[in-house]
Structures are given as structure tokens and as C-alpha cells.
Design a protein around this ligand. Sequence first.
Ligand SMILES: [Mn+2]
Length: 209
Amino acid sequence: MNATSLTEPSHVKRTATIERKTKETDITATVNLDGTGAYDVKTGVGFLDHMLEQLARHSAVDITLRAKGDLHIDFHHTVEDSGIVLGQAVAKALGDRAGITRYGDVHLPMDETLTRAAIDVSGRPYLIWDVKFSRDKLGEMDTELFREWFQAFAQNAGITLHVANLYGENNHHIAEACFKALARALRIAVTVDPRQAGRVPSTKGTLSV
Ligand SMILES: [Mn+2]
């Protein structure tokens, strides 16, 4: 892969598919980092579908995801494993991470709610999650599962991710602003920066997971 091709994403397919099957879930995810935000998401958890559709739409990363999980137990495995598989797909699509912007951050407003997200596509997984909910459930989904999804995604995508809800009242807005903030920060961070000229944006020379 030469530097010229890396500055022109149309010449480098940054797509990946991951399939993962356990006794708890069976999940397939495909991403295209240079997409238009197209999505086709079915997890069996309505609120999670709504969130992952927001993630695709606002990151401009195309996301196809199918999950069959043990929802008769609860939503925990399906939510967490969806984060794992989507994170792995993003990591695979990033490849050696050469030429990317690497950092991205955003303040994302949604009516009365304001949420901040900052990303380093570092190869060093880390999540700071400073988000509290005043309700236990949104729809049928336990609000404690949002942290599980973000932890799984950050860990498997190989990104450092800080999410902080600065203020807000409505729990639907608080959750949705987290996903939209991730989307916008991710969009910036994974975008190919022509000034990197295909170099890995690190003085260490590697951002591999
Ligand atoms: Mn909504």
C-alpha cells in the first residue's frame, strides 16, 4: 500500500465483516468506514437498533448488523456482544491505521442534554464513562447496559474513548446523545487526513492493537 493510495480512500477499501458465534449470541457485522451512513440493523432489542442506526447515520460509517441473542434471559449478552463485534469490525477495517486523523472530539447537544465525546484511535483500549441515568430502563432495555456496549466497543475497536454527559434530564436524550457524540467524534478520527500522507499518525510508528 503506497502513500498516494492512502490519501485517496476510494482506492483503499476500508471495509470489514466479522462473524462471531457463541452459546449466547450469533452476530455478524459489516462496516464501511468511508460510507454514507447507510444502516441495516436488527438485534432484537428495539432501543439498541435505534442507537446503532444513529451511530451509522451520524458517523457516515455504513453498518450492517444482525444479532440473534438469548433475549429470553435478558439483553445483556446481545448488547455487549454487539459492541464486541462492531468494535472488531471497525478495528479490522482500520487496518494499520495509517493516514487517519486519529483524534476526534465533539460536544453533542440534544434539546436539554449536552454530551461530550473524545476519541483517540490509539490501539490502546480505554473507556471513561461519566454518564448517569435516573431511570432503570428505556423501553425494555436496562440503562446500565449502555456502559457495557461502550466498554465492549472501545475495547474491541482499540480506541481510547471518553464519554461524559455534562447535563441533561431526559434519559432517552442522554443515551442517544452518547451514541451521536461517539458517531461524530469517530467520523472525525477515522477520516483519512491527506496531510498524514499515508503515515501512521504516531511518533512511535504504530497504532496497531
Ligand atoms: Mn430517539
